[in-house]
Write a protein that binds this ligand. Structure first.
Ligand SMILES: NC(=O)c1ccc[n+]([C@@H]2O[C@H](COP(=O)([O-])OP(=O)(O)OC[C@H]3O[C@@H](n4cnc5c(N)ncnc54)[C@H](OP(=O)(O)O)[C@@H]3O)[C@@H](O)[C@H]2O)c1
Length: 322
């Protein structure tokens, strides 16, 4: 099993932390990236062998999946500059998942482990959250068993949710926000999310099953802003107005934060949907202590200040981090 693990999205926010965590546990995962050169420049010394493949090109997947038993699926296509337009990320993500599940079946992969999003069909889901559900459905349709973990926002340095929060609170003493500022969510610390992903490998009862994963606290986005401001000792005022549309809000976030508009727009549209765990079965199967949100924020800030965060390419606009 040591070498029979594949991590897709290994250059991403979650993927590179998962690759490191697997390495610490003695595994030698194969890391799937689109550009080996770029990956090695950004990740000197990371453990594991690197394979180049593009999920939109199914010919490249056979080699990447050869001999793999467990494949982590940590891929999405939201990025770049696309203010007000989706850039058809949902179409790309559909195609990528179809290619992957077909190739995984052909190569005899036993299990796919997918980190998707919380949110229920029928809840008038945003395009992003609906696309995450669609990807889960496609991945579950093939021969390999699927383990699906569903998360709300993941808090960690270099991740889009934390970086948007950080820049908005640091830069704006007075914030005008849409109504979604009072939507509830259940963020999870990046180390806890990675802990569940690693834990699922050895817990066979997670095969063919879906789990909600979340932190210990349920908060509104307004409360998250207050928590961050409290940790940083900043005084912040937040007004909500009913007229601010998600499109305007994403233009504004793209202006104030370095998160690329192709990623910020769909994420902001998704903030209207409540993302709270509906069940907590994972806590019995993989009993890891959950990090309090204030500690997650402190840890992410420490990593940012230490300059130890590697930022996924293209997720943020050019010139970042500052
Ligand atoms: N971050 C969060 O707060 C959060 C919350 C809930 C769920 N999740 C889920 O966690 C997973 C990982 O998210 P993340 O935050 O780590 O995203 P991320 O940092 O943007 O990374 C996404 C990765 O996908 C790769 N990718 C995109 N298209 C690809 C393709 N056609 N072929 C191969 N690789 C491709 C990218 O590779 P390149 O580097 O080559 O571009 C990138 O490494 C996603 O399924 C996401 O829905 C994340």
């Amino acid at each position: 099993m040591k070498k029979e693990i594949l991590v897709t999205g290994a250059a991403g926010f979650v993927g590179r932390r998962l690759a490191r965590a697997l390495g610490r546990k003695g595994y030698e995962p194969r890391l799937l990236v689109r550009s080996e050169r770029r990956f090695k420049e950004l990740n000197p010394g990371i453990e594991g062998s690197v394979v180049e493949a593009d999920l939109l090109d199914d010919r490249s997947l056979d080699t990447a999946l050869e001999g793999v038993r467990f494949a982590y699926y940590l891929v999405h296509s939201m990025r770049g500059r696309a203010v007000g337009r989706s850039g058809d990320f949902a179409g790309k993500d559909r195609k990528a998942a179809e290619n992957f599940v077909r190739a995984a079946g052909k190569q005899g992969v036993e299990r796919i482990l997918y980190l998707g999003g919380l949110g229920e069909y029928g809840d008038r889901l945003s395009e992003h959250l609906a696309s995450r559900q669609e990807v889960a459905k496609i991945l579950s349709s093939g021969k390999p068993a699927l383990t699906e973990l569903r998360a709300a926002n993941i808090i960690g340095a270099g991740g889009a949710p934390f970086e948007m929060l950080r820049y908005l609170v640091e830069r704006l003493p007075v914030m005008v926000a849409p109504r979604w500022i009072d939507t509830r969510c259940q963020p999870i610390d990046i180390h806890d999310a990675v802990g569940y992903l690693v834990g699922c490998l050895r817990e066979s009862r997670t095969a063919g099953a879906r789990f909600d994963i979340g932190g210990a606290e349920i908060v509104t986005y307004r409360q998250m802003i207050r928590l961050y401001a409290g940790v940083r000792g900043l005084r912040r005022v937040v007004f909500s107005v009913p007229v601010l549309t998600p499109r305007l809000a994403s233009l504004w976030v793209a202006l104030v934060t370095p998160v690329s508009s192709g990623l910020a727009s769909p994420l902001i549209e998704g903030l209207k949907n409540e993302v709270v765990c509906k069940e907590n079965r994972i806590r019995e199967l993989i009993p890891i202590p959950l990090t309090p949100m204030v500690d997650s924020l402190r840890q992410a800030l420490r990593e940012t200040e230490a300059g130890s965060v590697m930022f996924p390419a293209d997720t943020f606009t050019k010139g970042y981090p500052h």
